[in-house]
Design a protein around this ligand. Structure first.
Ligand code: NOJ
Length: 748
């Protein structure tokens, strides 16, 4: 008892000392900012609030830098240029305020990790954190200390090209993984030379663009904003994210860039965010196009007053803030606050003390360990959607394989969107990886058939069929080129582009088992192809090391463990389709009458009156959280530590998980709840926890989740976050559809 007390006191004092040191450090930074602000001219202040896109030519910016008129550059990645620009700032400008250099380092700098949506399919914060770390180590080598990531936009629309950059449809999963990415980019201390300031974007609501068309309007009720859209951003703020980017879209009539509810009330007042907010590219000026501001001056005024600290690329702040302040339309306090927020991050990054990039003697770019980490991420992100008769992994009985399709050897496409710096010459494709590893054991017939995913020249179809006939198993690498997803890359149809689907039909005629490996930046509507194929592995755009990762998965050196971070629709007409929907008053039942079963001349009253599509039913192609393994897992014995909870209180929910198959493998165990009755209706299921558990064959483990009553809270009509008393269902299971179910009560 005594010893415990001493330990407790010891821990307490370490914590207190740690806390005071941190506070002292922060107070010192504020003092330094005070001192600087006192010396800064108005122009120098506006300079800090301005970011330009570098054209690489120092001479073009020399005078501006000397005059302190540029706070940040984006897209300068030449370390010599960065150092020269910085030298001018540090030696020739009056106040020697360092410049902050930024770049979109989204899923890797040179070593490209799987796209963020794929990383979300790992459900593994450690993998995501490592991805951020590798990116930061590589990008800081050339002097990039600020990345525009993570993108935390929740989306329910796979037509939206930027779903590739997202962490999926679920606020909880995206919160856990987004925070991990922030930690990865920023490291333990922003001042470390390998740390990069992260930027949570796009604040907010960008993933809810109407029709999945990029830059489009959003209408988001506050309750949905708070329940679905904002949680990942809040988690990033709690993880210490240094910066935020306002989004292009308007929400309920107000563009985010001029939205003081978002930028002041939520971000500053409610969340106490201490970093700075940058606009998206020209989004201050775009408020005029939105029809929210009459001219540039009004746009500058509305952005500044809303709490937008730094303007990206357009010069509206530089042109108009001076007169706006003189006219009393923007206060000096607003300007000083914005500059303070920016300088705070520059101090935290240690830029005043270490402004220059030092090229390391041994570069870590494309290092063995980085490539290995990228490979592991690609392995864990692949989702096995189908595996008839355990076709995968391919065993020794397979003597010859046909590799068919435009993505088997597409080094640039497998990198995915936002790979400004990834070098395709370092990409290891599936074809090359399989050839390197198996050509002495297997007869490998390669027939790309199509030049690229949209190719509509079917003249090589017969070669593909002939290749399939000669093989024991056919591996078809299909999907989307990288240019078909990402910013402004939205699709009205999200099927396999071009004539890839017909290719599957043709190859099927050879009568050989078909494995589809899909590389894409979004869920594709592949119901028909899934029926035709015997096995389907969804590899997303898997990055530099996608090839060896896929080879290991196909041949059983690795076991698939990814689970879908987003619902897969059967058809575009089902969108939006997401697991955490409301029940409606007429939920669909098991025996829906589909279009084919309606007799001609059927009378209106013979139809079922529930919520579904006659031609697509109610279910998606694959539910959120879904993914198979080469082994099987058995879930049994759901136990609740109690069935009645006070408030506040907590409950432990456990089950037995057993690996009942032949392979050691990971299972992502998921915890869902449903609040049966609420003062506002609640979703039919909500993810509240998950764990990646590794089990040997026949091994079993008790999986334990703790649920607190505060985890059950939601935003009510008064915009208060409350846990309401009543009945709750709880599930532990392998995906959002299946699982063991229990129930408990929260007492009044
Ligand atoms: C526009 C994109 O929306 C944003 O995500 C990106 O960071 C900026 N451009 C800068 O490149």
């Amino acid at each position: 008892m005594k010893a415990n007390l001493i330990i407790a006191i010891g821990t307490f004092s370490i914590l207190t000392i740690g806390c005071t040191r941190q506070q002292e450090k922060e107070a010192k930074i504020e003092e330094k900012i005070d001192a600087l602000l006192k010396q800064m001219t108005f122009e120098e202040k506006i300079g800090q609030m301005s970011q330009l896109n570098s054209n690489g030519n120092v001479a073009d910016y020399k005078e501006l830098i000397k005059a302190g008129k540029i706070g940040s550059f984006l897209n300068e990645i030449n370390p010599a240029t960065i150092n020269e620009m910085q030298r001018i700032a540090m030696e020739e400008s009056r106040l020697k305020i360092p410049i902050l250099f930024a770049r979109d380092v989204i899923h890797g700098f040179k070593t490209i990790f799987p796209i963020p949506l794929a990383q979300a399919a790992t459900w593994n914060p450690l993998i995501v954190e490592e991805g951020g770390r590798v990116a930061a180590v590589e990008a800081t080598e050339v002097g990039i200390r600020w990345t525009f990531a993570p993108m935390l936009d929740i989306t329910r629309d796979p037509r939206w090209g930027r779903i590739a950059e997202s962490l999926g449809e679920d606020p909880y999963l995206a919160s856990v993984l987004g925070a991990a990415m922030v930690r990865g980019f920023q490291g333990n201390d922003l001042a470390e030379p390998t740390s990069m300031a992260a930027c949570m974007k796009h604040f907010a609501g960008y993933g809810f663009v109407e029709g999945g068309r990029d830059y489009n309007t959003t209408m988001i009720p506050e309750v949905v904003l708070r329940e679905v859209v904002l949680p990942p951003f809040k988690a990033a703020v709690d993880a210490g994210v240094a910066t935020a980017m306002s989004s292009f879209n308007e929400i309920n009539g107000v563009p985010s860039t001029g939205n003081s509810f978002l930028l002041r009330k939520v971000l500053r007042e409610e969340w106490n965010f201490k970093g700075f907010v940058v606009s998206d590219w020209a989004s201050v000026a775009e408020m005029i196009v939105h029809g929210y501001c009459a001219d540039e001056k009004e746009a500058a005024m509305k952005a500044a007053n809303a709490g937008l600290d730094m303007e990206m690329v357009t010069p509206l702040y530089a042109k108009h803030l001076d007169s706006l302040v003189k006219e009393g339309k923007v206060s000096m306090k607003t300007i000083d606050e914005a500059v303070r927020n920016i300088l705070r991050i520059k101090f935290k990054l240690g830029l005043f003390d270490n402004p220059y990039v030092k090229i390391p003697q041994t570069s870590k770019i494309y290092s063995k360990s980085h490539l290995a980490a990228a490979k592991e991420a690609a392995i864990q992100s692949a989702v096995l959607l189908k595996n008839e008769k355990n076709l995968l992994p391919l065993g020794n009985q397979v003597k010859s394989i046909a590799i068919i399709g435009p993505l088997a050897d597409a080094p640039s496409d497998q990198l995915g969107t936002w790979t400004l710096d990834g070098d395709k010459n370092y990409t290891q494709t599936p074809l090359k990886a399989i050839q390197a590893e198996y050509s002495n054991k297997l007869n490998i017939i390669y027939e790309p058939t199509l030049g690229y995913s949209r190719d509509i020249d079917g003249s090589n179809f017969s070669k593909a069929v002939a290749a399939a006939r000669r093989a024991d198993v056919v591996l078809m690498f299909l999907g989307e080129e990288s240019i078909l997803s990402g910013e402004a890359r939205c699709r009205a149809e999200i099927n396999l582009p071009g004539i890839q689907s017909q290719l599957v039909e043709e190859v099927k005629k050879a009568g050989k088992p078909i494995v589809l490996i899909i590389m894409a930046g979004r869920p594709l509507t592949i119901e028909k192809e899934c029926i035709l194929a015997d096995a389907v592995l969804y590899a997303w755009h898997p990055g530099t090391m996608g090839g060896p990762a896929i080879a290991d998965l196909l041949f059983g050196k690795a076991v698939p463990s990814g689970k879908l971070p987003v619902t897969f629709p059967k058809t575009v007409g089902q969108i939006p389709i997401y697991y955490n929907h409301k029940n409606t008053g007429r939920p669909p039942h098991e025996n829906l009458q589909l279009i084919g079963s309606i007799p001609p001349g059927a009378k209106q009253l013979t139809m079922g009156y529930v919520s579904y599509y006659l031609d697509a039913g109610a279910d998606p192609l694959f539910p959120f959280g879904y993914g198979l393994s080469y082994t099987t897992f058995e879930y049994t014995n759901l136990q609740l530590s109690k069935t009645e909870l006070n408030n506040p209180d907590e409950i432990t929910v456990t089950c037995q998980l057993k690996n009942t198959g032949k392979y050691e493998a990971d299972e992502i165990v998921q915890l869902y709840v449903r609040d049966r009755v609420g003062s506002l209706t609640r979703p039919v299921k909500e993810l509240k926890g998950f764990q990646r558990i590794r089990l040997k064959p026949q091994e079993s483990k008790t999986v334990t989740f703790t649920l607190k009553t505060e985890d059950l809270a939601f935003w009510n009509a008064d915009m208060k976050k409350v846990t309401e008393p009543g009945d709750f269902d709880v599930w532990i299971g392998p995906n959002s559809k299946d699982g063991l179910k229990g129930s408990f009560k929260v007492l009044p």
